[in-house]
Design a protein around this ligand. Sequence first.
Ligand code: ANZ
Ligand code: ZN
Length: 894
Amino acid sequence: MSQEGYDHATVEKRWQEAWDDASVYHVPDDADDPTYVLGMYPYPSGKLHMGHVRNYTITDAYARYRRMRGDDVLHPMGWDAFGLPAENAAKERDTNPRDWTFDCIDTMRGQMKSMGFGYDWDREVTTCTPEYYRWNQWLFRRFHEAGLVERRDAEVNWCPSCETVLADEQVEGDAELCWRCDTPVETRELDQWFLKITEYADELLEAIDGLEGWPDSVRQMQRNWIGRQYGAEVDFSVEGHGAVTAFTTRIDTIHGATFFAIAPDHPISEELAEEDAEVRRFIEEEADPDGDEPNGVATDLTATNPVTGEEIPVFVADFVLSDVGTGALMAVPGHDERDHAFAEKMGVEIRPVIAPEPDDWDGETVPDAPDVSDAAFTDDGVVIDSGEYTGLDSETARERITADTDGAAETTQYRLRDWGISRQRYWGTPIPIVHCDDCGAVPVPDEDLPVELPEFINTTGNPLDAADEWQETTCPDCGAPATRETDTMDTFVDSSWYFLRYVSPDLDDAPFDLDRANDWMPVDQYVGGIEHAVMHLLYSRFFTKVLADEEGLEEREPFTNLLAQGMVQLEGEKMSKSKGNVVSPQRIVDDYGADTARLFMMEAAQPERDFDWSEEGVRSTHRFLTRLNSLVEDYAAGDVALAGDGDGDAAERGEIDDYVADETDAAVAIAGAEYDDLTFNVALREAQELVRTLRSYREYADPHPEVFERGVDVAVRLLAPVAPHLAEELWETLGRDGFVAEAEWPTASVDRDTVERRRRLVANTREDVRDIVEVAGIDDPERIDVVVAPDWKYDALSIAIDSDADNLISELMAESHIRERGDAAASYGQDLQANREALRETLGGDAEYDALRAAAWLIEREFDAPVRVDRAADADESVVSKAEPGRPAIDIVE
Ligand code: ANZ
Ligand code: ZN
């Protein structure tokens, strides 16, 4: 085999077929050691991109690793197959979304297979099939029965040209244009279906604390999204309208409330608009809740402050949002930025009632008022100019004022809204509702599910509105003629439970088999993009909790560990079609093979980090695999000159052999721990280092057969999760039985700490030799002596590490074998005392001696001089005195 490469295309195809034939990735329904590894399923857009490849390589490598560890690994794949792009593509190409989607799926499935992802394809789930979406409908009904579905009027983005509702993300720019046709988007009030996720707001929030396997950033984003806030509701009386309730988080500032403000669609505003032309004009033409500055209009009304009795003006203002709190607020311009901006604009008084708490505050003296003329002071502080509450800290004032005031009460607000799932689209799950003139909106009974989509009609707006025959039905309650609901579900409904479908994908009397789900759930390791930090992950948590409450699922959280993978970039920019900087995975697979693509990605960076694609990096990865291939092939062909007769019997193990054996063990110890943490880049560095060591071993010595054999065996196993095809090929070359994919993970006879200490010792020693050679200007050393510290120093160090005595010296001197070293002991004791914080456990004298002897060849090779490693007892006292644990003395003979 040449150095230029190996025949990756043949190798990869061969093993993909062999895995398939042997059903290597098929997992039985009932597993002894269930481990569930899942990558977020893709939208079948037509082609795999690098983001997919990275996501699924991470997942696949981990799944393969766990399988080699002996777990039964569920590692399925499916398709998030409903959604707008298919509908648009179908319109453009005059086909239908179903055909388009299945074509895309076929292509992508083929690409996934060519990447060598080890999925259990028997469990493939495709959400756009009636076999799947009937369970969306069934679940909708269960939610309905549980009181978690509601139909209500909601404001939606409406594109008059496309005649459809748009999601917020589909409205572009400040001008708010339709993403597809650039028509200015309008708002419309429509009857919409909602899932009442807010009923679970508290649990969704509080359970975040327990999600220890999730990135902190995602947990924080979910907390913010839910946005629970404690505050108070307080009634102001408005003449002619009775008590109007405001929501505030800062009732401690109530003495500074200089106006009252209500939302443009507050009932009072709407009432005023009927008579007051100014108010009407403002509401209809000017109000813009997303505008840069707050706008509003004065009314003739006043509101009475329930604490002070003061009458303050009432404004209709667009920065007051109708769906936050009560849609009305007491405005405190001295202490709130938006109120401040509004007051400046409208010429309303700005009055400070909170002062910053002085650093040395005695808790009694009332501090001076802050200057709030230019900007609000928004922190908590000390209440001033507030009657009996003056001098209290904000927190206490809030408690007292809430308790003392009639019409004030504590309350909790959430940012989280109910989840509007109605979409006026064809390519989604029909909402299983029938509208009857007499009975209203009636759910379709379970036995009539699925409500299947009719044939696609190429029309503007919602094709289901044009499907007249399909709409015609009878009311399940009264049998009268009725019409079907034409809204379909948000596709996030599909993805909120697909992980449960994989456990029993063909079940036809329930969405999932409860016992199996209870065995496999929760997902042990979930991997996907950070863009799903909130919606998908929050909805899935919500569904899991409802299914726990309503259907007996034992787990209340779906995903134990979550990895949010970083982006694949090109020259610092996210790869994207619009930037025209995409690297095609297909091309990389063609040119270098899937193993190179996978290995390059996994070694380039920790999975969570963004990293830059580099063709040079890809080539270097490919060279590495080529070298590994040659090494193993040479070995198998008998082209590696081994020591002894080649059977290992006659060969004696020397120091170099010990070194390579130790490093093999070290690689196993470290790579295993790193695979456990999904830090593949570190694990792979070990595997690559081991291959490098084996290559120098072969060049520098006649390797010991057993040591070399174990070395290549381990290298192949360590690489198998990431470069599975070549690993499989080499496994066969080595004459092993079965698949490396099903082989056992190697075990190490050393622990990671020991490895790290040993490596530090060797690296420090080599560094010291280099320093001495350089400082002393030695050109051609004749011999290098390395002397390990005497045993008593190791003892002293151990005592020092364990001791918490103030005076370490006297503790050391209590040991007679240390004391009898006299001045040397005293002076070493002082060193230890001075460095107590930095002391680290070493391997101990015997192990350091062994490690240095095993590594001596490295020094010999580097300096081209024989190296002698001695125990203290065998060396000259003048040299020994310089040796310390972890730092042998070095003597270079010229
Ligand atoms: C008086 C006050 C004084 C407030 C003060 C704040 C600071 P955040 O921004 O998260 O603290 N608010 C109440 N209802 C609102 C609505 N419907 N639309 C817009 N804003 C509304 O949110 C809580 C604060 O937002 C509330 O506390 C209220 O202003 C305002 F120095 O009341 B505060
Ligand atoms: Zn449009």
